[in-house]
Design a protein around this ligand. Sequence first.
Ligand code: C5P
Length: 403
Amino acid sequence: MSILKDKNILLGITAGIAAYKSASLVRLFIKAGANVKVVMTPASKEFITPLTLSTLSKNPVYSAFVDEADDNQVWNNHVELGLWANLFVIAPATANTMAKMANGVCDNILLATYLSAKCDVYFAPAMDLDMYKHESTKASFEKLNAFGNKLIPAGTGELASGLVGEGRMAEPEDIVDFIEKDILNQLPLNGKRILITAGPTYEALDPVRFIGNHSSGKMGFEIANAAANLGAEVILVTGPTHQKLRHSMVAIKPVVSADDMYNEVHKHYGTTDIAILCAAVADYRPKNIANQKIKKKDSTFSLELEKTKDILKSLGEIKSTQFLVGFALETNNELEHAKGKLKAKNLDLIVLNSLQDKGAGFGGSTNKVTFITHSNAIIEHKLKSKAEVAKDLMQQIIKQLHA
Ligand code: C5P
């Protein structure tokens, strides 16, 4: 999944021959999961039709303050358009439009929207090489840069004039890449590797049976999603679950038993910055796994169980620079038990959920948690959706990392 998913992207098109590439740009944004609206300068309609752009973006295209085709003359509200946008991308950006942007000129709907927008603005210049080098163009770049607008540099190559040089609009794929990287760079967990465990484990009795538990995996998957949305590279080691997650920053490693989970987690721990162990790992497993299906015979049946390895504890024992987070699901004496685990497993943070609280724990889509830090600070949260709890947890971790 792209970081652009669900973002509202306003694409501004000005009158350069590179406008023909804007159709591909709309498609790439849509493919990345963004919502796209297009605003054009009147002259750019000579280069690409609004019909092409409205069809690809599945939204009306705006090129005038008033919709002339409409007998009722509807005002195209540039203020609303500017506020709708999470990102405003002007591609191609001509020397003319950039000079106007730099000087507050507002003689078309694209420029009026630019002045109304509060979001990040990216601009991809496109012009002939001498225009690109001109002092006036450089002055526009500097001014726009000073406004906080972001230049997507033009490439070098054959230009519409037949000359070869700098001034070609960046290719649509490169524009998308530039914006995605820029957004990621601004995120607080950019460059961090996070290891998360989720779900139950299944401990085999024989080829068809296992001992498991009711963990749905939802909490761990929400944490993975929240961490990835903050720019982290996530490895999600999960026991059997129906949860689904597609995110370009999340690699899912399915496992079955506690032993599989132990091995997979240890494969990645050395290069991990933050480990969050949320899985409901079996504490015991059958000592012997039958090769054949166990037949029913007597009226009672006994199983001999042996302890599984405590994955979290094993990570606490070899911890170097990692920030280690565990979960504690308790039924009584909750705070004391959670504090005990925090110490015994050498954690930086433990997330306590009590089965005494309605809506907390396994299965459901809500949770009620208390964070306990290594310095014994206790932070209680209200009942929230697991997605909100995951966001709270990531904010708590970021806070402790910066303390
Ligand atoms: O001691 P307790 O099982 O209550 O600790 C819960 C925490 O330890 C959770 O974070 C859970 O994911 C982790 N755990 C583990 N390996 C086990 C048992 C629990 O990683 N075998």
